[in-house]
Every structure is written in C-alpha cells, then in structure tokens.
Design a protein around this ligand. Structure first.
Ligand SMILES: Nc1ncnc2c1ncn2[C@@H]1O[C@H](COP(=O)(O)OP(=O)(O)OP(=O)(O)O)[C@@H](O)[C@H]1O
Ligand SMILES: [Mg+2]
Length: 263
C-alpha cells in the first residue's frame, strides 16, 4: 500500500473536563474518500478543527506526507493544501459568488505570489487568471449562472456548493467536507454525490463527515467511526454497516438492515 497522504496519530483534545477527541489514530490514503461518522457530539467537527488548525491538540501528531503539521497555523496548513468546508456554512454574504471563490485562492497566493507573478507577468494577469479559474469552479459546482449574485441571497444547498467551490480554489490535496448534504433536498443531494464522484475520479483525496448514510456508504472507500471522542471502528463500508459496535452506538439495527437491503 502506498504511504498515506495524511496520518493522524494519537490525537487528543480536552476542553475542561471533556475529552472531545480521545487518542484517535487513522491514515487517509492518497486518492481515497475517507468517511468520519458517529453520533452528535462524537468529535467529528472537533477533528476537522484539529486537522485544519483551528483547535490545538492536547496530544498527538498530524503528518502530511510524513511531515508533522500539528504545530502549524491554519493558514500555513491551507497553503500546504488542506481545505475544508464548515458544518455551519461560512460564506461571505455581502460578496458575490465569484468574489467568494476568489478568496479561496488566497492561501496559495500568499505562498507563491512571486512565482505566480513571474509566470503570469502582472497583477492584472494574475487577477484575470483568478477570475477565470473561479468561474470554472462555479461552473463545476453548477452555480456559474449566479456568479454575480450576492452569496447571502442563495438558498442553503447552493451556499454549500459555493463553499465547496471556494475550498477547491485552494487546489487542495485534501478536501475536508463537514456535512455537505445537510439541509439539501434529495435532488440536491444526488447532484452533490455526482460532483464528489467526479472529484474522486480526478484523484482528489476527501475526508467526509456526513450523517446521510447512503451518501457515506456510496462514496467512501474507508470509514472511521467516532463515539464520545474515541474511534470505535474503522473499515470498508460493508464492514462498518455490519459492525455491532457501530450499530449500537450510531446506526441502529433498523437503519443497518435498510442499508444492507439498499446496498
Ligand atoms: N470549543 C469547545 N469548547 C468546549 N466544548 C466543545 C468545543 N467544541 C466542541 N465541544 C464539545 O465537544 C464534543 C464534540 O463536539 P463536535 O462538534 O466535534 O461533535 P460532532 O461529532 O461534530 O457532532 P455533530 O454531528 O452534532 O456535528 C461535544 O460535546 C461538544 O459540545
Ligand atoms: Mg459536527
């Protein structure tokens, strides 16, 4: 097996008396879609905050291509190619969709502005390039027709896809999605699955937190299950939906039977 893109080793964080993530270890293989599931409060979003640098771990290591990144600030991790979306959508309401996506390019620009300028010749050319690339990303997520609209006017499902476009603008190596299908209707969810399948086919590595189990089982190559901050299971979708510990803590026997039937 090839070396993991991201390696999480004994990661913990304590908030006062609560250990929100407790000695969790797992690897994310390059090019895979890795699911992170578990009941409300299990520590999934906290794990995203630890990986993206918004929360400092109490213990443990995070390695990107074997290099420790757990002490780096979040902007530096973004510039290395970690991109995420938020469970509580964070788009800039007063900006247009296009402007929102352009902001997603900044972590990379910060690192490589001289290189970009020497390649493109001038700020004007760099700006043109950023606009063109952002329009391509809006096209990819199906929002190019609304490029000039105010982001705050978008329906919920569209805002989630806008956030994905913005995260992609950073040319991520790892895209972390925190409940991307939350609040979407069934047809929006299907569109989103198709979009993520395209990203997967392009070789992008994805870490996915999601409560929609059909969505998770369809997309993920491997799944980790958290409960009260601890990893209680890890494996392929078939193993996870048959795992008694996962059924007890999260899926419930009924849901698991439904997933078997629908698999
Ligand atoms: N900054 C914080 N300070 C104190 N407690 C926190 C903080 N962030 C998260 N928690 C607690 O840590 C636990 C894990 O929360 P987290 O948001 O990671 O869960 P989750 O698995 O994402 O749940 P959900 O499925 O509801 O989004 C919860 O008990 C939460 O209240
Ligand atoms: Mg969460």
């Amino acid at each position: 097996m090839s070396a993991p893109l991201l390696s999480i080793d004994g990661l913990s964080v304590r908030f006062g008396g609560l250990v929100a993530v407790d000695n969790v270890s797992f690897d994310i293989a390059a090019g895979s879609v890795h699911g992170l599931i578990g009941p409300n409060g299990a520590g999934k979003t906290t794990m995203f905050n630890l990986l993206s640098g918004l929360t400092a771990p109490t213990a443990g290591a995070i390695r990107l291509d074997g290099v420790a990144i757990e002490s780096l600030p979040s902007w530096k991790r973004a510039s290395l190619g970690l991109s995420r979306t938020f469970q509580n959508i964070r788009v800039f309401h007063e900006m247009t969709l296009l402007e929102n996506v352009v902001t997603g390019m900044h972590p990379r620009l910060k690192e490589g502005l001289p290189a970009i300028l020497s390649r493109l010749g001038s700020f004007a050319a760099a700006e043109r390039h950023a606009r063109e690339k952002s329009l391509e990303l809006l096209e990819f997520v199906g929002l190019v027709d609304k490029a000039g609209h105010r982001a705050g006017d978008l329906p919920y499902g569209d805002q989630r896809r806008l956030e994905i476009a913005r995260a992609l603008a950073n040319e991520p190596r790892l895209l972390m999605l925190d409940e991307p299908a939350a609040g979407m209707n069934p047809s929006e969810t299907l569109t989103l699955v198709a979009l993520l399948e395209k990203l997967k086919a392009s070789g992008l590595t994805i870490l996915l937190v999601e409560h929609d189990m059909k969505f998770v089982m369809r997309l993920c190559d491997r799944i980790c299950v958290l409960n009260f901050g601890r990893k209680i299971a890890e494996g392929g979708p078939a193993d996870i939906r048959a795992n008694p510990k996962v059924i007890e803590a999260y899926l419930g026997a009924k849901v698991a039977r439904g997933l078997e039937a629908g698999a």
